[in-house]
Design a protein around this ligand. Sequence first.
Ligand code: B1M
Length: 214
Amino acid sequence: MDTEKFLNEAKESIKGADKGKAEELAKKAVAEGMDPLEVINKGFRLGITEVGDLFGKGELFLPELILSAEAMKGATDILTSALPDSATKRGKVVIGTAQGDIHDIGKSMVVSFLQANGFDVYDLGRDVETQKFIDKAKEIDADIIGMSALLTTTMSVQKTLIQELKKAGLREKVKVMVGGAPATQRWADRIGADAYGVDAADAAKKAMELLGEG
Ligand code: B1M
């Protein structure tokens, strides 16, 4: 197979908001045994990034962005559900997208990668109240709380989470990992998070490091 051509088709399927095509390509990648993360990062993700850039410049509108996002979600769900299960059992992670933020494609990829690496993951979904992260972590005795944020306005909720954990007397007990497009290692350091994941594979690696298994 011509990988470059395939990855370009993947990118174009998202730009064209062609969910059927995107899912067909994702299934083909799984059947061919391609690396899911590589297919997403070097193919589908470039498409959604271009669409996002056009949206940011006002050259494309929300309904079109939504259709491209649906195609992206369809493809990433197929690719990540094909990740092999891990026999190793690691820690418990509570994860969700910050309150006020409905972006969940990347967060769902992180969930799949954590599960594939043996973590018990409690996915709270998107637009999740900060207190819910804390309540769930207490309830299940979580090792890690992960919060995703895609908006510059919701990034600050990651900081709030850490402040609220301190108030609840849980900061020493639970590690915090942050991620999402606007987040950086610098941001994580600034708010006192324990880890920052640049992508789904890195998030799984960092989670293992947090449990001393790096
Ligand atoms: Co929105 N959106 N969006 N959007 N959207 C952005 C983020 C934006 C940058 C687009 C732009 O203007 N260029 C912009 C934010 C600007 C800003 O804050 N400065 C934006 C905006 C403005 C909005 C709305 C406000 C638009 C509106 O309504 N007027 C609105 C937000 C509403 C809200 O949340 N309250 C909105 C809505 C949407 C859709 C619903 C249409 C859709 C989301 C669908 C969904 O998620 N179910 C959408 C999309 C698709 C995007 C872009 C185009 C793509 C995001 C994405 O899925 N990327 C995005 C532009 C961009 O990011 N370039 C954009 C692919 C995904 C695989 O990558 O999410 O980065 P990513 O996840 C990666 C890593 O970041 C990391 O691992 C993932 C996998 O490798 N990661 C973690 C993520 N979470 C992690 C957590 C971790 C560790 C790593 O630890 C816990």
